[in-house]
Design a protein around this ligand. Structure first.
Ligand code: PXP
Length: 250
């Protein structure tokens, strides 16, 4: 059996619902604690430049209160690097950010932004923070991650999840890209995570890839919690990932 596959629960969209009305309800920190009780190994939260969901105070409270690793998603800006260095989360995941996008639509162009990335990665690493780059599983992006000194990548699974949901052959090509990318990244010494758009079905499938050690999942879990409650959805996700992991033969 391969290594334990960690589940990071992203609580951004608990904050989206809260912010629809202002005030404190529902509280992403309470949701984070609940997710941990239900089996999450860590919590992920994205402090966007426009503060559309997670706010600065949420990040401070998550770090102080959850008692498990906090994975802080952020754009590569001086403001965010300063917040990360001050907060000292367990991990930072660097993501591209466009104001007009609904969610993180693509991966970082690590190959094109080496000059911007390398000093940010160095500053965060010097602060004792584990840094990952959110990239698509293309060899030149993976090699660029190594070149800028990032110890971890998170593979963007959005295109694969969309293709899987739509049916048809496109999903196979995306799957092959993820499989081969994960293998290459691990061979190059990187730790490999994956996330974006995952649900019970796609998480169970991807859990069978032994090169991947962490999945970060948010929107589906928070959405399904409307029907079943967050405790239940996190437990179901944990079970789906465990079923997938049990298929690993090496
Ligand atoms: N990983 C990263 C880097 C992300 O930007 C997101 C979305 O915020 C996720 C994982 C989680 O994606 P989803 O909410 O679609 O599960």
């Amino acid at each position: 059996m391969s290594s334990h596959l960690r589940l990071g629960v992203n609580v951004d969209h608990v904050a989206t619902i809260r912010n629809a009305r202002g005030g404190r309800h529902p509280d992403p920190v309470r949701a984070a604690k609940l997710a941990i009780e239900a089996g999450a190994d860590g919590i992920t939260a994205h402090l966007r430049e426009d503060r559309r969901h997670i706010m600065d105070d949420d990040i401070a409270r998550l770090k102080a209160e959850i008692g498990k690793p906090l994975n802080f998603e952020m754009a590569i800006t001086d403001e965010m690097v300063a917040i990360a260095v001050k907060t000292k989360p367990h991990a930072v995941c660097l993501v591209p950010e466009r104001r007009t996008e609904r969610t993180t639509e693509g991966g970082l162009d690590a190959a094109e932004s080496r000059d911007q990335l390398a000093p940010a990665v160095a500053r965060l690493r010097d602060a004792g923070i584990r840094v990952s780059l959110f990239i698509v599983a293309d060899p030149h992006q993976i090699e660029a991650a190594v070149a800028v000194g990032a110890p971890v990548i998170e593979i963007h699974t959005g295109a694969w999840c969309d293709a899987l949901a739509a049916g048809g052959v496109a999903a196979q090509a995306e799957w092959k890209r993820i499989q081969e990318g994960a293998r290459l990244a691990r061979r190059l010494g990187l730790e490999v995570h994956a996330g974006h758009g995952l649900d019970y079905t796609s998480a169970e499938i991807i859990a069978a890839l032994p090169d991947i050690v962490e999945l970060n999942i948010g929107h589906f879990l928070v959405g399904a919690a409307v029907y079943d409650g967050l405790r239940h959805t996190v437990r179901e996700m944990r079970a789906a990932m465990d079923r997938g992991r049990a298929m690993v033969t090496q």
